[in-house]
Design a protein around this ligand. Structure first.
Ligand code: ADP
Length: 671
C-alpha cells in the first residue's frame, strides 16, 4: 500500500539537489544511507503524469529486466499516493550531449569509443525484446569512468510477438525519428532505433544535427527525403556508415547485428563489439550476501531468499549497491548502524530526529530531554568525529580508496571507536569551536549539520549563494504558518464534506511545499524532522502542533544563527574550478565585469534569472508561463590558465535550443 509522503524515501536515502529534469521527471542526487553510495533519484508526480503514467510503469518494467554495463541500473522503486521515485545508478559525468557541444564535435577515434558502447547497449536491449525509441545524446550519460550509460526507457516498447513485430505509436524526439515513424506507418522498433543511432553518430562527428529546422513540417520533409550534407571533415568510412544507417527504406538500413562487426566499428580494434551483459540479471555474489546477513542480522539463507525475490526494494538496492562497490574495487561494506531503534537507516541525524518527533507526538517530553542529553553526551565525547566511517570523510576519498581497504571490519571498527574515545582523541576541524558552545546548541548543530557529499563539499567551498531571497525561505515560513494555523485543528474529524475537500487540498499543497523543503539542500537537515511530520499531520495539529511549531521555530533560530552573512556571496569572489567540458573560457580577467556583461544581456534574450553570488539561475517561459528551459550560468575562475570562465548547466528544456541560446548569450556578452 503506497504511503502518503516521502518518509520511506528519506528512511533509506539522503536527498540532495536537482541534477536534471526531463519531460516527466525531476532527477535529484541522493545517497543510499546503508551503503553510502551515491544514486540518482528520478521523481515523478502522478498528478502531472496523467495519461503518461503507464509509460512510467513501462519504463520501470523495462529497467527491471535490463542489466548491462552500458545501461543505467535501476536499484529501487518507491511509490507513494502522489509520487513515484526511481532510484538509479548515478552517472556523475553528465549528458553526452553536453560533452559534444563542449568539444564542438568529437574526433573519429573518440566517437568510435562511444559508439561501440552505444551499439553494445542497443544490441543488448534489442536482444531482450525492447526497442528504446528515444535515442539521443541527452539520454546517454557518462559515469565516473567516462563510460556511457543509456537512460530513459519511458518510450520503449516490447512488442508482444517479439521485436520483429510492427509498432504504430509515433514517439521520440522529431530530429532523431525515423522516416517511417513520422509518416505514421507501422514500423519495426529495432530498425527505427538504428536510424536514430545514425543521427546520433552524425551529431557526435559533426556537433550538429543532420536534419534540423524550426518548422516541424520542413523538418519532417527533410527526414522523409533523407538528404543531408556531409561536412568536409568526415572520412569516407564515416560517410559510408552514416549513409547505411540513415537509409529512408528501413529494409535497406544496416542492422544492429551487422553493426557489431562493421569495418568502421572495428577499425583499430581486434574484435567485434561485445554486447553480452557482464552483469547478467539475477547474478548472486557471495560476498554481498555475507555482508548483508552479518550486518542486517539475518541468516545467510534468508538474506539470499530476500535478495532472490528481486522486489526492487531496500533489499535489492542494498545488494546491487554492494555489488557495484565490489565491481569498482571498493570494500563490500555496509556502514555501521546505531543500536537505537528499528529504523534501518544509520544516519544519526535521521534516527535522532525521527525518535524525537515520535516522542513529541506522544507528548513524551521527558524522553525528548533524555534524547537531547544523550546526543549531547555522545557528541561531546572526544574522538566522536574521528570514527573511521563518519560521513565527514569526503566521499571522493572513498571513491579513490580502490582496492585499498579504507574501513576495518565492523567489530574492529567499534573497538577502535571506543578505544579512541577512551584515549581521549582530540576533536577535529570545526567541531573544536562547537565544543565551546553550551551543549543544547552543540546538539542542535549536530542535528542540523548536513552530511558531506562530493556536491556538499563543492558547495562548502563556494561563497554563500543566498544573495537574493530564494523561494526556500518563503516555503519555510509557510510550513511554519501551517503548524501554528488554528484552522488546522480537527484533523480527520471534520464532518462537512466541502470543508473536508478544501482541507485535503490545502494539506496536499502543504505536503508538496514540505517535500520541496525536504529536497532543498539548504534545509536538508530539517528535512529529516519534516519527513516524520508528514505522517499524521492532522493528528499533530490537534495535539502536539504547538510543541512542534516551537521546536521548528527553535531550529529556525539556530539555522539563522549559523547562517553566514548574506552579503558574503559576491564579497568572497567566484569559485575556483578546474577546466571541465561544460566551461566556456573568456578573454577577461575581471569576474565582476563578466558577470555584469551577462546580466545586461539576459533581459534582451528574454531570459528570467535569479542571482546567487556568481551563479545565475536562468529560465525561459512559454506562452502560458510554463517554464520551457532552465539552466545555470556561473562565473568562475579557472586554475590554469588563470582566466575567468563561465560554467553552464542545462537543467530543463530542449538541448539544441539551449545550446543556441547559451552560445548567443555568451557571444553577445562579448566576453
Ligand atoms: P524524463 O524521463 O523525464 O525524460 P530522464 O530520465 O531523461 O527524465 O532524466 C532527465 C535528466 O536527468 C537527464 O537528461 C539527466 O541529465 C538527468 N539524469 C537522469 N538520470 C540520471 C542518472 N542516473 N544520473 C545522473 N543524472 C541523471
Amino acid at each position: 500500500m503506497p504511503m502518503d509522503s516521502a518518509a520511506e524515501l528519506l528512511t533509506y536515502y539522503e536527498v540532495y539537489e536537482t541534477i536534471g529534469s526531463g519531460g516527466f521527471a525531476k532527477v535529484k542526487l541522493g545517497r543510499h544511507i546503508l551503503t553510502g553510495e551515491n544514486v540518482a533519484i528520478k521523481i515523478m508526480e502522478k498528478k502531472e503524469l496523467g495519461e503518461d503514467l503507464p509509460r512510467v510503469k513501462v519504463e520501470i518494467e523495462a529497467m527491471k529486466s535490463l542489466s548491462h554495463q552500458h545501461v543505467c541500473r535501476l536499484y529501487h522503486v518507491i511509490e507513494t499516493n502522489t509520487k513515484i521515485y526511481m532510484i538509479l545508478e548515478y552517472c556523475p559525468g553528465g549528458e553526452l550531449f553536453d560533452y559534444i557541444i563542449a568539444k564542438d564535435r568529437l574526433s573519429e577515434e573518440e566517437t568510435r569509443v562511444f559508439f561501440r558502447q552505444i551499439v553494445s547497449a542497443l544490441a543488448y536491449v534489442h536482444s531482450q525484446g525492447y526497442a528504446h525509441r528515444d535515442l539521443k545524446p541527452e539520454n546517454l550519460l557518462l559515469d565516473e569512468d567516462h563510460n556511457l550509460k543509456l537512460i530513459d526507457f519511458g518510450l520503449c516498447a516490447k512488442p508482444k510477438g517479439g521485436l520483429g513485430y510492427e509498432l504504430m505509436t509515433c514517439c521520440g524526439s522529431p530530429a532523431y525519428a525515423a522516416p517511417e515513424l513520422i509518416q505514421g506507418k507501422s514500423y519495426i522498433g529495432s530498425e527505427a532505433d538504428v536510424w536514430s543511432m545514425g543521427v546520433l553518430l552524425f551529431a557526435l562527428l559533426c556537433g550538429y544535427l543532420p536534419f534540423d529546422d524550426d518548422n516541424c513540417m520542413v523538418l519532417y520533409r527533410k527526414i522523409t527525403r533523407g538528404t543531408y550534407n556531409n561536412p568536409h571533415w568526415l572520412s569516407p568510412g564515416s560517410i559510408l556508415l552514416l549513409n547505411q544507417m540513415m537509409q529512408v527504406d528501413p529494409k535497406h538500413r544496416v542492422t544492429i547485428k551487422q553493426l557489431l562487426d562493421h569495418p568502421w566499428m572495428t577499425s583499430g580494434y581486434d574484435s567485434p563489439v561485445e554486447w553480452h551483459s557482464k552483469q547478467p540479471l539475477g547474478y548472486i555474489d557471495e560476498d554481498c550476501i555475507t555482508e548483508m546477513s552479518v550486518n542486517l542480522k539475518n541468516s545467510r539463507q534468508s538474506s539470499l531468499q530476500l535478495v532472490n525475490e528481486w522486489k526492487y526494494d531496500q533489499t535489492t538496492a542494498t545488494y546491487l549497491l554492494l555489488l557495484s562497490k565490489k565491481q569498482r574495487g571498493k570494500p563490500v561494506r555496509i556502514r555501521p548502524q546505531l543500536p537505537v531503534c528499528d529504523v534501518i537507516s544509520c544516519s544519526p541525524q535521521h534516527l535522532g530526529v525521527q525518535f524525537m518527533l515520535r516522542c513529541l507526538e506522544k507528548r513524551l517530553y521527558s524522553s525528548v530531554m533524555m534524547m537531547l542529553r544523550t546526543v549531547a553526551m555522545i557528541t561531546t565525547c572526544p574522538g566522536f568525529r574521528s570514527h573511521p566511517n563518519k560521513r565527514e570523510r569526503p566521499v571522493r576519498q572513498l571513491k579513490r580508496g580502490g582496492i585499498k581497504r579504507t574501513t576495518p571490519p565492523l567489530r574492529r571498527r567499534s573497538q577502535s571507536h571506543t578505544t579512541v574515545a577512551r584515549r581521549g582523541g582530540a576533536w577535529n576541524g570545526p567541531m573544536k569551536t562547537k565544543r565551546t558552545l553550551p551543549w543544547p546548541i552543540r546538539m542542535l548543530i549536530y542535528l542540523l549539520c548536513p552530511p558531506r557529499t562530493p556536491v556538499a563539499n563543492r558547495k562548502a567551498n563556494r561563497p554563500n549563494k543566498r544573495v537574493l531571497t530564494t523561494p526556500t525561505h518563503n516555503n519555510t515560513n509557510k510550513v511554519g504558518n501551517r503548524v501554528d494555523t488554528p484552522q488546522g485543528g480537527g484533523g480527520s474529524t471534520c464532518k462537512d464534506p466541502s470543508r473536508k475537500r478544501q482541507r485535503e487540498r490545502v494539506e496536499r499543497k502543504e505536503e508538496e511545499e514540505m517535500e520541496e523543503l525536504i529536497f532543498s539542500p539548504e534545509r536538508r537537515s530539517r528535512s529529516l524532522d519534516l519527513a516524520g511530520a508528514s505522517r499524521g499531520t492532522a493528528a499533530r495539529r490537534g495535539r502536539g502542533g504547538k510543541v512542534f511549531g516551537s521546536l521548528e521555530r527553535g531550529l529556525d533560530k539556530v539555522i539563522t544563527m549559523l547562517t553566514p552573512s548574506k552579503r558574503r556571496g559576491l564579497r568572497d569572489g567566484p569559485r575556483r574550478i578546474k577546466a571541465q567540458y561544460n566551461v566556456t573560457l573568456t578573454s577577461q580577467t575581471n569576474p565582476d565585469q563578466v558577470l555584469n556583461q551577462i546580466l545586461s544581456i539576459l533581459p534582451e534574450k528574454h531570459v528570467d534569472f535569479a542571482q546567487k553570488g556568481y551563479t545565475l539561475k536562468c529560465r525561459t517561459q512559454g506562452d502560458f508561463g510554463k517554464v520551457t528551459m532552465a539552466f545555470e550560468l556561473e562565473v568562475c575562475l579557472l586554475h590554469r590558465p588563470e582566466v575567468v570562465c563561465v560554467r553552464r548547466q542545462r537543467l530543463k528544456g530542449d538541448s539544441w535550443v539551449y545550446k543556441h541560446l547559451v552560445e548567443d548569450i555568451l557571444s553577445t556578452s562579448s566576453i
